[in-house]
Design a protein around this ligand. Structure first.
Ligand code: PEP
Ligand code: MG
Length: 747
């Protein structure tokens, strides 16, 4: 880096700091800054364009263009060279702007006189805030050093904007994190929630973009990098239970942490006047910009690693921890990139809402949120960068919208919506004690799904008849070590007591897939959902299964007991699992413990193969429970956690309904009780169709019992069946529309 430019950008940063320290307000500040930059860069023009909304850029200050154009000239994202800089998040540097692709002539600015153009994105860790532009009459490309100096200044501008430095008279520009924002995501759990943001991984706040003393700052940076390196080394050497993928990630971290060029670039930034934190963020922003262009999945992963590593480095520098930092507000709305079921369980039911940048409807974290009836929006792009801890947030789980920092009108409309929902809940409460009896006289048993002690009070409130699926693995997920038999039996006994004689179908442990126990040696499997999971683990390593069965028998304490095995794929697996139950019973008898007064042992049908098992299987089981979440994933060969493929296939497609009808018919022929406990059972239209096909037992999350019962009580199933048949005869790819339209006239 030539000395001249180095000292220029340092000088410039020094002056910027003075501007920041001065008492000037928004517009004045911006005006001073553009004048400063133009002078220092020896360019005739310097302008700052900032986003008005997510699609529109506005000229907010200029030195050299017509003053009247300020706050008047606007362009769409992607429009003109400024719009292109913003969209591509890359520098555009040209000696002949008018002949560039996309050049837009804006007469009000008088800019046709300027030949050279250099636009630099003003961005902060993935958030693009605007564009900094310099222009000159002489046809010349700005040198790499000049571009570098502009990037450094753009970085500081982004930090200043973040801190609200441009808010005030005339500028009419709120800090990006003070503006209201509407984010569109996808629906994962309906409901409305109002609360305050609680970031799963809070973003680091940098308050000092410009350093006072580059020497001190360099030392801080070097020390922080050293700490980072040691911590990555420690993670790699001290953690024996890492699986292949985790190891690979840490290896990549180590590679970056030791990268000389990464370190050198940040050191240069610090020498040029940035603080250590701002230098880390500058590199991080550039990596993020590259990330948005990277087509190659491997490259994207690596850039993600670098992003994560930069966050760690920032935390070391600022002392802001990942899990500390902010106190949980009163009505917390959890905002995260993604979250596993175990982590979500750690937060517990206190969350008012959840918003995920990624996430999927089929994941177990979603199932936990649904079980707790916590409104959940997934695929909310950009939410983790836009939201700050403590921000006001409204989650509209019915529409899949998130209102961040909403204004008064939105807030009051939303409160009305919440009140309406409370009214609907009251209506469901009034039928709580009534059966789900249809107009044609069929009675459908409605049970609820549960997995935690905390779910049991819903048994009373929801109007469910019992627990059709108790996911025992949730108890294992919330702990950090394997529970002991005594603990388990005490817990199951409490569950049975709390259910006061109502039937509870305990499903034995279903770990594997996305349910990972931190204290069990992880398996490095390319396809965990189709891997060593659930009953497969239980049969190959029967220690835990035996302990669980014993704990269940002891908890029943001579009363009735219902147990079902997950993920049974073949008759033989059920025979082997049942044999474990028989052994456990014999053992308990030998030890003098009471055996259950009645025992039902069932199988979950979660793979299509089981539907084609020999009749002997259907006769052998006491009941079958269809685990629709997994069954659908294997029926359609569509990963339940992959939103892209999951959404392509509808439960109410003729293929799946024909398949279900076949299963129901086989159960009828063999006298096998059958129920459905996947998420679809709790969706009113699906529940209606299942009942019309002949299912008489459905198990769902507690909050769905009311709406499903409400609908069932209003219909004649033979009519629903006729609608389904007609829709299929018409060749519809899904009967959903036909049934929903018919329903609209009934209720
Ligand atoms: C299912 O697969 O439908 C089911 C109920 O089990 P889980 O969602 O826990 O895999
Ligand atoms: Mg399942």
């Amino acid at each position: 880096m030539p000395h001249r430019v180095e000292s220029e950008s340092r000088k410039l940063l020094g002056k910027l700091r003075e501007t920041m320290a001065a008492q000037t307000a928004g517009q004045e500040r911006l005006d001073e800054i553009v004048a400063l930059i133009a002078m220092s860069m020896q360019a005739e023009v310097c302008s700052i364009y900032l986003f008005r909304d997510s699609e529109t850029l506005e000229l907010c200050a200029t030195q050299g263009l017509a003053a009247a154009a300020v706050h008047e000239t606007r362009m769409r994202l992607g429009e003109g060279l400024v719009g292109r800089t913003a969209r591509s998040r890359r520098v555009i540097n040209t000696a002949d702007a008018p002949s560039e692709r996309g050049f837009r002539y804006m007469p009000e600015t008088g800019e046709e006189r300027f030949s050279s153009f250099c636009g630099v994105p003003v961005q902060r860790v993935g958030d693009i805030l605007g564009v900094l532009v310099v222009q000159s009459k002489t046809a010349r490309k700005f040198t790499p050093d000049e571009v570098y100096a502009l990037e450094v200044v753009a970085m500081v501008l982004a930090e200043m904007a973040e801190l609200g430095a441009f808010v005030g008279e005339g500028a009419a520009l709120a800090a990006p994190h003070q503006r209201p924002s509407l984010i569109k995501g996808s629906i994962a759990q309906e409901g409305a929630a109002e609360g305050r943001v609680y970031l799963h991984e809070p973003r680091v706040v940098v308050t000092n973009p410009i350093s006072d003393d580059p020497e001190v700052e360099l030392a801080r940076l070097r020390e922080a990098i050293e700490t980072l390196r040691t911590s990555v080394d420690d993670m790699l050497s001290g953690n024996r239970s890492l699986n292949g993928e985790q190891k690979q990630i840490l290896e990549a971290y180590r590679m970056f942490a030791n990268s000389r060029s990464w370190k050198k670039r940040m050191e240069d930034d610090v020498s040029n006047g940035l603080s250590a934190e701002a230098a880390v963020e500058k590199e991080q922003s550039l990596a993020k910009a590259r990330l948005s262009h990277a087509g190659d999945a491997y490259m994207r992963e690596r850039l993600n690693d670098l992003d994560d590593l930069s966050n760690r480095l920032l935390r070391i520098l600022t002392g802001q921890g990942a899990e500390t930092g902010a106190e949980m507000p009163d009505n917390p709305i959890l905002v995260a990139k993604n979250i596993g079921p175990g982590e979500l369980l750690d937060y517990g039911k206190k969350l008012r809402g959840i918003v995920l940048e990624e996430g999927s409807v089929g994941s177990h974290a979603t199932i936990v949120a649904r079980a707790w009836a916590i409104p959940l929006v997934i695929n909310a792009k950009g939410v983790t960068t836009q939201a700050l801890n403590g921000d006001n947030m409204l989650v509209d789980g019915d529409q899949g919208f998130v209102h961040l920092r909403p204004d008064e009108t939105v807030q009051s409309a939303f409160r009305e919506k919440i009140a309406m929902q409370a009214l609907a809940q009251e209506r469901y409460a009034s039928i709580r004690e009534h059966p789900a009896k249809t107009k044609c006289g069929s009675v459908i048993r409605l049970d609820m799904n549960a997995g935690l002690m905390a779910d049991l009070p819903s048994l009373e409130g929801s109007g469910a008849e019992g627990v059709g699926l108790f996911r025992t693995e949730l108890q294992f997920l919330v702990r950090n070590k394997m529970p002991r038999r005594g603990e388990l039996s005490a817990l199951y006994s409490r569950v049975l007591k709390a259910s006061a004689g109502k039937r509870v179908a305990f499903r034995t442990l279903d770990i594997g897939s996305d349910k990972v126990l931190t204290y069990m040696k992880p398996n490095d499997e390319p396809n965990p959902a189709m891997g060593w999971r659930a009953i497969r683990v239980g049969l190959d390593k029967p220690g835990v299964l035996r302990m669980q069965l014993q704990a269940l028998i002891r908890a029943a304490d001579g009363g009735p007991l219902t147990v079902m095995f997950p993920f049974i794929t073949l008759h033989e697996e059920f025979i082997a699992a049942k044999a474990e139950m028989d052994k456990a019973l014999a053992r308990e008898k030998r030890l003098g413990h009471p055996v259950p007064s009645s025992l039902e042992v069932g199988a979950m049908m979660e793979t299509p193969s089981l539907a084609y098992a020999p009749d002997a299987f259907f006769k052998d089981v006491d009941f079958i429970s269809i685990g629709g979440n997994d069954l659908k994933q294997f029926f359609f060969a569509a990963d339940r956690e992959n939103e892209r493929v999951r959404k392509r296939y509808d439960t109410l497609s003729p293929s799946f309904l024909n398949f279900l009808s076949m299963v129901i018919a086989r159960c009828e022929q063999n006298g096998t009780p059958i129920s459905f406990c996947g998420e679809d059972a709790g969706r009113p239209v699906e529940a209606l169709c299942f009942a019309a096909l002949g299912l008489r037992s459905l198990s769902m999350r507690p909050a769905s019992v009311g709406p499903v019962k409400h609908i069932l009580r209003r219909v004649d199933l033979s009519e629903v069946r006729a609608v389904i048949e007609q829709s299929m005869a018409d060749g519809d790819t899904s009967v959903r529309r036909a049934v929903a339209d018919w329903l609209a006239y009934q209720v």
